[in-house]
Each structure stands twice: as C-alpha cells, then as structure tokens.
Design a binder for this molecule. Structure first.
Ligand SMILES: *Cc1c(COP(=O)(O)O)cnc(C)c1O
Length: 429
C-alpha cells in the first residue's frame, strides 16, 4: 500500500534530517513511515502510491475550505502573473490588515509575518519592550512554535518525540520562561507572587490544541485576564490554531475575553505561509519604524500569501461556521456511538471543527498531566487502522483534527463506518 512512499522516505532521509521538514510528519509516534502526498482536492488527499484519503488534518488548519479551493487558486494564479514579490509596499497588505482588525475583536493594528512561530516570538519581544519586564508565563502542554522561549513543556511535537526541553535552548532563556498548569488559576497566581513585577506577558492557547483538544474551564480565561490586569502584565492569546476557526474572531470572540496581543497563523494565509500579531494601538506603535522594538521580514506581507489570505478571509461568512459545526457534530455523534458500542476506553473533546479522540479511561482531559497519561500505543494502532480505511488523521494523539467545510455526507458516512471498523479491530487486539 505504501511502496512508493517508503522509497521516497529513504531517499529523503539522505538529504533532509529525519527525512522531513517538520518532525510530526515523520509518523514516529504512530510507529510507521511517513506517507508522501502529491495531490489534494476538496476533502481528499492522494499519496504517491495512488491511495486516496479523506483528510481530517487540513494541513493543520489552514485548509478550512479543503484542498485546491477554486476561488483561492484562481486569485493566487492571477496575482502570481504580476510577479511573486516586490519587497516593497502593496495595497493588499492594508486590505488584509483592515480585514483582520474587522474580524478579531481585540486587534486594532496588525503586523504580518511568515509563520506562527515568528508571530509568537515577535509578540513576546513586543511585550517585553512595552512593559520593560523580562519573564513570561506559559502553560505546560501549550505549543507556541519553536522559538527558544517556548520550547519548555511544549506539547505535541515535543511530547511526541519525548523531548520536553530541546538542547540548544540556553539556561538563561529557560529561566525567564515560567510554567503554569492549564486550567489552574492558582498555579498562575503563585508564579506572579513569586516573581513580583518581573512578568512581561502571559501567553496561552485559549483552547489548547497541542496536547489534543483541551477546553478552557469556565472562568479560566476571564480569570487570566483579571490576574494579568492586576499585575500589569500583558495577556497574549496564541490564536494561531483557533483564529478564524472556532469563530470569525477566534476564541476571544467565542469566550468573550479580550487579550492585549493576539497571534495568528495557519488559516490566515489560505494555505500559504503567513503569520500575524496584533493588538491595541498603543502597544503596536512600539514596533519599528514607529517605535523602538525591532521586527522585520524580507517576504513579510508577500503579495501571493496576502492574496490567498484575503480571499479566504472574505469567504468566512456565518454559514461556513454553521456548516463546520454540523459536519463536526455528525462525526462526533457517530464516533461517540461507536465508542459506546465497542466499549472502548475513549472520549471525544471538541470545539467547533477542532476535535480529538482521546484514548483514556478518564472522562475529561484538563491539563498536561492528564494528557501524559493518554494511551498513545492505542492511538498509534488506531491511526494506522484508519489509514487503511482511507482516513487521514493527525499522526499523533497530541494533535487535533481540523475538519473542513467540504467534507460531504458521503465522507461523513465513511468516517463513521471506518472509525467503527477500526475500534472493533482495536478491541480484538
Ligand atoms: C502551529 C502553531 C504555532 C506555530 O506556527 P508555525 O506556523 O508552525 O510556526 C504556534 N502556536 C500555535 C497555537 C500553533 O498551533
């Protein structure tokens, strides 16, 4: 089934570390070899052996309208015929910024970058520059890209490979990153108490998506807002995953809690490499050339990426979110029924079109400690069984499914039936 992929992998390994350009793609945590793809169309992806899959990953989020969306592709083609980059200002950058400001409640001004990692790194620098303080708080199991400050208890990629900390991150940097427990306000208060007037920012995934999908408890996010205000610390929502996905204005709209700075990525580029960070005007004006905090990018605001992003953002109307909810709910209900029927120790955690099937006896995962006890061996088997059913899931228990609006009724039937078969086989060992 995977003959060509196997060959492609051994060739790739000669020239690319581990054969991949992002670790999770190596399928290490599901005990198999990476699949190489060469085509996507709507809800489907095709590998180089000619296998077809219903894609439940959507390139980790960006493809909310599925693969090769006609409108986006045609706009990008049109833009590319006028040149791919100028390294100078274009009007479309303003159009994208204006659109983001309209959509995301707390964002009044925004700077474009090329990835989520760049967005979070820059947001932290800005927060430090603005507050004149140096330490930051992050939560165990939250992932904010691969910036040095964040590679401490960083969730998915790091958990998957068993590398909670990465060599190459200096002790000094690690010392300035304080770790709190997700969904535990007391753990946050304690850090503020022990580090009075030293904390520049608290960064959080408002819905954690990098230890599987872990929802914020009621009052967790509003509690963070209060604690940050009390301590003159900036609150940063990392909405690289949740932005434009759980609602047009992201998790901050859904839970009605406004951060000082928001980081964005994934969906914002419509499938091209884009990230962004934005917030209140007085904070954003600290950035060069208006202010002293430096941040730049040769390809930032690239016209092709901006075109893809703007086209996608304009397509995000109310109906899309209703559709995503209805598709996702049907899949959740079907899988839940299968879990009960097969007496599998598992449950589903879902917000809109993001969800995770957790293999655990627990009925809730609320933090990183819980997540570390998940049955990852079972997930590995499940992942490979689902592949055989023509269903492509995230190759790690610590990741979310990102469902797209082009998943058809027929796809949903296949997803539910495939899940049933996989869970039955799992039970039989
Ligand atoms: C994916 C992700 C990032 C990093 O974005 P990249 O574009 O991969 O650099 C940061 N934060 C969160 C919450 C993410 O899910």
């Amino acid at each position: 089934m995977f003959k060509n992929s196997k060959k492609a992998y051994s060739e790739a390994k000669k020239y690319i570390p581990g054969g991949v350009n992002s670790p999770v793609r190596a399928f290490k945590s599901v005990g198999s070899n990476p699949i190489f793809f060469n085509k996507g169309n709507g809800s489907k992806m095709f590998d180089i052996d000619g296998n077809e899959y219903i894609d439940c990953v959507s390139s980790w989020g960006p493809l909310i309208f599925g693969h090769a969306n006609k409108r986006i592709i045609s706009k990008v083609n049109e833009a590319s015929s006028k040149g791919t980059t100028y390294g100078a200002s274009t009007e479309i950058e303003t159009a994208v910024a204006k659109k983001i400001v309209e959509m995301v409640p707390s964002v009044e001004m925004v700077r474009m970058v090329n990835s989520g990692t760049e967005a979070t790194m820059s947001a932290i620098r800005l927060a430090r520059g603005y507050t004149g303080k140096e330490k930051i708080i992050k939560f165990a199991g939250n992932y904010h890209g691969h910036g040095d400050s964040f590679l401490i208890k960083a969730g998915s990629g790091a958990v998957t490979l068993g590398l909670p900390d990465s060599p190459g991150v200096t002790k000094n940097i690690a010392r300035d990153t304080l770790i709190a427990e997700f969904n535990d306000l007391d753990s946050v208060k304690e850090l503020f108490y022990e580090n009075k007037n030293e904390i520049a920012a608290l960064i959080v995934e408002p819905i954690a998506g990098n230890m599987g999908l872990v929802k914020p408890k009621k009052n967790f996010l509003s509690g963070l807002r209060k604690i940050c205000d009390y301590n003159n610390c900036l609150l940063i929502f990392d909405e690289v995953m949740t932005g434009f996905r759980v609602a047009p204005g992201g998790a901050q709209e859904l839970y009605n809690v406004l951060p000082d700075i928001t980081t964005l990525g994934k969906i914002i580029g419509g499938g091209l490499p884009v990230g962004a960070y934005g917030g209140k005007v007085d904070i954003m004006r600290m950035l060069a050339p208006e202010g002293p905090v430096y941040q730049a990018g040769t390809l930032s605001g690239n016209p092709l990426a901006m075109t893809a992003g703007l086209t996608l953002l304009k397509m995000l109307d109310k109906e899309v979110y209703q559709k995503l909810e209805s598709i996702s709910k049907k899949i959740e209900d079907g899988w839940n029924k299968n879990i009960i029927d097969t007496k599998t120790d598992a449950h589903i955690s879902r917000v809109g079109s993001m969800m995770t099937l957790f293999f655990t006896k627990k009925d809730q995962i609320i933090n990183y400690k819980d997540a570390l006890e998940l049955d990852t061996d079972k997930y590995a088997k499940y992942f490979n069984l689902m592949l055989k059913e023509g269903i492509y899931l995230p190759p790690s228990q610590y990741e979310c499914l990102f469902l797209s609006s082009v998943i058809s009724e027929n796809d949903i039937k296949k997803l539910i039936l495939g899940n049933k078969k996989a869970l039955e086989k799992l039970k039989d060992g």
